[in-house]
Design a protein around this ligand. Structure first.
Ligand code: MF3
Ligand code: CO
Length: 252
């Protein structure tokens, strides 16, 4: 069942979302060769706690950290590590914060120093896919319209879309209905309604969409070892269209 959120509930979710956005703004300032994803983990853990929130992924199904840190060919759910990031790496940091019982979820891909044109382009197209998906997120449209906007833009640029990891409804729980893949056909799938809140979180690969999970039970890697990038926002369907609860632009 998809639970619809009231305007007041969406406002509370925006507070949680803005805490995640604030973490990403801080990470952006620190991202440079030599930093470790463990330092980023510490920063996020401290920042969420200091603002009265809770890092929701810590303890989730046995996951130990406040962040996922996915470097280069890691698609998602990488563990923070003490290995310094190197010039040319790309790293996706995924954060879920709970505030007053409500959740915000956003992942962002960062370039470490200057990166190859190939990596830069993958990041750009992935971000465009997120934005094109968001542009389809209005009442009356369907999840397939979002998925199709993502998939068609990715494939027209020569990239593949990960199918084995899904976007999800979110609220008081991290994974609510609907769950959906970022591939699909326009006019298909769940019809969007005011009050729905869910993530859009395309993962694009430079090569094959196939992936595997490492023996640690979490780390998802591309099957061919090529690069992967991801951007994720939590969005609400409102009468005025999509509201990006995890928007990093400073509120006017
Ligand atoms: N943003 C991730 C998601 O979309 C958060 C889950 S990370 C986990 O599901 F490790 F906690 F599972
Ligand atoms: Co998510």
């Amino acid at each position: 069942m998809i639970t619809l959120k009231s305007k007041q509930e969406i406002e509370l979710m925006k507070q949680a979302g803005q805490l995640v956005a604030a973490c990403h703004r801080e990470i952006a300032k620190l991202m440079q060769p030599g930093i470790t994803t463990f330092e980023i983990e510490d920063l996020v853990d401290t920042m969420i706690t200091k603002h009265g929130g809770k890092p929701h992924t810590k303890g989730y199904n046995g996951y130990k950290y406040a962040t996922c840190a996915s470097v280069n060919d890691v698609i998602a759910h990488g563990f923070p590590s003490r290995t310094p990031l190197r010039e040319g790496d790309i790293v996706t940091i995924d954060i879920v914060a709970e505030l007053d019982g409500w959740l915000g979820d956003s992942a962002w891909c960062y370039a470490v120093g200057s990166v190859s044109d190939e990596a830069r382009r993958l990041m750009e197209v992935t971000k465009q896919c997120l934005d094109l998906g968001i542009a389809q997120a209005f009442a009356g449209n369907r999840l397939g319209d979002i998925a199709h906007a993502v998939q068609s833009h990715a494939e027209r640029n020569g990239y593949s879309v990960v199918r084995d990891l899904l976007a999800h409804g979110i609220g008081r729980d991290m994974h609510e209905e609907p769950n959906y893949a970022h591939v699909g056909l326009p006019g298909r799938g769940v019809r969007l309604k005011e009050g729905m809140v869910f993530t859009i979180e395309p993962m694009l690969n430079a090569g094959t969409h196939h992936m595997y999970i490492e023996a640690d039970g979490w780390t998802a890697r591309t099957a061919d070892g090529r690069l992967s990038a991801q951007y994720e926002h939590t969005i609400a369907i409102t009468e005025d269209g999509p509201l990006v609860l995890t928007d990093q632009a400073v509120a006017p």
